[in-house]
Structures are given as C-alpha cells and as structure tokens.
Design a protein around this ligand. Sequence first.
Ligand code: HEC
Ligand code: HEC
Length: 482
Amino acid sequence: MPLTSDSPTSRTQAPRKPFRLFKVLLGVACVCSCFTSYAFINQAAKLQSDAADNSGINPHPIDLKLPQANPLSAVAQLGKSLFFDPIMSGSGQQSCSSCHSPAHGYNPPNALTVQKGGKDLHQAGYRPPLSLAYLYRQPPFSIGPDAADNDVAPDLNAIASSVRGDSRATKQAGVAPAAPAMVAQGGLFWDGRADSLQRQAYLPLLNPVEMANSSIDEVAHKLVNSRYRQSFTLLFGPGIVNDPEQLVSEAMFAIGRFQIEDPSFHPFTSKYDAWLQGQARLTPAELRGLRVFNDPKKGNCAGCHLSQPSRDGLPPLFTDTQYEALGVPRNTTLVLNRDPHYYDLGICGPFRKDLAHQTQYCGMFLTPTLRNVDRRAVFFHNGAYRTLKQVLDFYNLRSVAPEKIYPHDANGKLELYNDIPAAYQGNVDTTDAPFDRHVGDPPPLTAQDIRDIITFLHTLDDGYRPASMRAGLMPAHLNPQR
Ligand code: HEC
Ligand code: HEC
C-alpha cells in the first residue's frame, strides 16, 4: 500500500499537462490526454484474472488505441533523411541510426557496452544508448504529481526542496502509483535531462564522445552546403540559411517529427499486443511469465514497467516513466569508472547539472521501456549486465543474498550498493517488491519463474505476425525495417 495518505485522488494520477514546446512536438500524433489514465485501482485482481485463462487467449480482449499511421509530413521526411545521414557528425561517419538502429528496435546494432564516437570514432561513450522507440507519450521531466501548463520551465530545485522528506509511494503491480510529491518522472535520457526530442538531439551533436561537432555553426555550415539546402529553404523560408542556430534547431525539430510520425518508432506489433487484442495465444510458459511479472508479491515488475492498457485503451509502454535507485552494481569496465571517485548518479549528476544539490535523487535513473528489450545486448544505465538472466538474478537476489550481487573489498567486506557513495545509499529502493525482503529470506522468484519471465519478455518484441495477418503481407507501415 502507498505510504502516503491514501485519498482517491492521490491514487489516481491527475491529468498531466506537458509544456507547449512538447505539445508542438507531440502535436497531432500524441493525444495529450494519454497521461490521464493511470487508473489501475483494483486492477491487481484483474491483472491476475486476465492471465488466468489457461487456453492462452486473453479473456478480456481490448481495442487498443494505436497511433494513427499517416504519410510522413515534408518536415518528417527531411528528418528521416537527416536521421540516417552521417553528415550530422564531426567524423562524417556516424548518424543517429549508428547508435539507434531501426532493425534493433532503435537500440544499438552491436553488443558494445557503450558505443564509440568522437571525431575519430575511438572515444568510448558514457552510458549505453536508450531505445528511441515508444517515446511518443513520454512527458517532459517533472517533479511531483502534476506539471505546470505553461511555457515557463518550473523551478525544479524549489519544487524538489519543498518536497524533500516527503515519503515515496511504494509501487505495486496493478495499483495506481500514489503520485506523491517527490516523484521524478518523464524526460529523456537516463537522467531525464532533456525535455523534448528537439532539444535532446543537440546533445549527441555536440557531445565529444558522440557526434562530436565543435559547434552549432559547424553543423549549420555542413547542412547549408548539402543536398538539404533546398528542403530547408522550402520548408522554413530562405532566411534560414543565414541563421545557423535556427537552422540546426529546425533540423532537430525535423528529426523529432520523424520520431513522432513514423510508425516504426511505435509499431505495437509484438505478440503481447496481439494477445491484448485477442489475436494471439500465449504459450503456457509465456502466460506463467506474465503472471509472475504482474504478481505484486513475486516479480512486481508491472509496478514500474506498466503492463496494462490505460482505461481508455492506450497500449502499455512497460514503463511508468519514473526514476528509481535500484543500486545496480558498478560496471568496472567503463572508462570513467577507472577513477574510483567517479560516480554516475543520474538525476543529481554529473551529466545533469540542475539538480546537483537535490541529493535525495542521487542514484536514480529512468525506468526504461521493456518493449524490444531482448534486442539490447547490455542492460541498465551502466551496462552492468549482458543477459536478461543476470538482470533477473539481480532483482531476485539483491535483497536476500547481496553477496551474490556485489563484490567484497580487500578485507572481505561486502561492498553493498557499490556504485553509489555511502551518503546516498539511503536512496536505494528497499520498499518495493521484489526488493522488500531481508538478507536470508527466501528469494521471491524460483528458477522456473525467472525462465518464465524471460520467455514472457520475448513477447514484447515487435514484428510478431498474428495468424490472421500471416496469410497476407504485413502492411508496410507496420514493418519497422522497410
Ligand atoms: C555515439 C552514439 C550515439 C549517437 C550517434 C546518437 N545517440 Fe542518442 N543516445 C546515445 C546514448 C549513449 C544515449 C543515452 C545517454 C544518456 O542517457 O546520458 C542516447 C539517448 C538518446 C535519446 C533519449 C532516449 C530516451 O529514451 O530517453 C534520444 C531521443 C536520442 N538519443 C536521439 C538521438 C538522435 C536524434 C541522434 C542523431 C542526431 C542521436 N541520438 C545520436 C548515443 C547516441
Ligand atoms: C521499483 C521499480 C521497478 C521494478 C519493481 C522493476 N523495475 Fe526493472 N527497471 C527499473 C529501473 C529504474 C530500471 C533502470 C535502472 C538503472 O539503470 O539503474 C530498470 C531496468 C530494467 C531492465 C533493463 C532495461 C534496459 O534497457 O537496460 C530490465 C530488463 C528490467 N528492468 C526488467 C524488470 C523485471 C523483469 C522486473 C520484475 C522482476 C523489474 N524490472 C522490476 C525499475 C523497476
């Protein structure tokens, strides 16, 4: 149960109101009301009964409200070309798709822990790339239950300070998160430091270990002297070629439009989507996996990786877009981690700067979507794990057998939560299942449960073709690799 006062309003999330900038981006494609309905009250029972029919057919098929597939606008077409064009990089050899590959659910196309970038393509990145898929409903970063509906960025520090000490809601699969004041949610990147797809794209452009341009002017210069010149003047007026800032801003806007408009970023063609709509049968193992995933006393995965459609039929994205400190063990293979004093603390820095003093958020990272998760080769913000089995062992054993998760120091002392400095280890989640157990308790999951959850996670891969569609060709708009 939530720790906070349990009024009906606190358990049903109020409609979120993204800023205007974000609205422009989401525009027609995203129904802004999509955040209105995290109304999962009393759905715990339903979650279980949904999965209870052993025939494998969803006993309560749903008409999912899927994003409309319309032809790309001219701006989005320009964005599509730019997305795949290495012209945007300092090296001249890297495009957005080098790290966000459509054939891999917009995950990296290789098994590197972090991607190489920079002018010479030899610089190691800081974190594993996130998928670019399923961001069409990602709200801007906010703290607290509701974001302001205006163009003025809220003073996050003031909000964070005012709610310091407020308790955090526990997360239980099937129960609406209580949205207590201190919750950090929304935003892009592992630390939420970018609000919109447009603003975001500047970051890789200038990041020295990514696309590594030295300045916006450099990017603008390349674009003005490229085959895109005419598209820019046609779409944004002839003056655009003399305004480097505006030109690059429009280029990023175009890439953002591509990500919003192109169905390959949110195809919803997984077996699980087909099952939700009554068009596929889950195997007994998949069904068992779904049950454990949803079971608040076992995996409780759905407590954060939401698995149910919203009340008005929006398909689940397998994230509540909130931030948690899970205490993932340190990845000593990362270049930056060679410095024992270096810590990646997510919301409170070092890449994100604005909330450096809000130490109650140190160690917190975005809950990523689990759609297409098995197309990723590394998991978590630091790439600590390389298989889903390792990830599941972490969830299962961190609380009950931490000696199997963390290393021991030279004196044989267990280095618990070794990727978070001692001062902030209190931020680590010890209240939500499966982390609510104590050392020596039986683990929440059996070996069979773990195998079943992993089997279920495979049903979140796009590209499944229900029997009803197999006879004919898959419609082009549903094929992410076209
Ligand atoms: C060298 C690899 C690399 C290239 C090239 C690259 N990115 Fe990324 N991208 C990353 C990494 C790494 C992250 C996560 C970084 C973090 O969280 O700090 C990321 C995160 C993102 C996110 C946030 C996703 C989320 O779920 O929050 C978006 C959006 C994004 N990139 C878009 C782009 C666009 C658009 C381009 C081209 C202009 C691009 N990227 C080029 C590596 C890359
Ligand atoms: C309390 C919220 C919460 C619960 C419960 C939870 N997760 Fe997560 N999950 C997260 C967060 C936050 C991250 C990212 C943490 C990080 O990188 O430091 C994450 C990351 C992951 C990843 C890595 C994804 C990637 O792209 O790197 C997988 C896989 C995953 N979770 C699966 C599960 C499964 C399976 C369960 C149930 C056994 C589960 N999670 C329960 C919050 C949660």
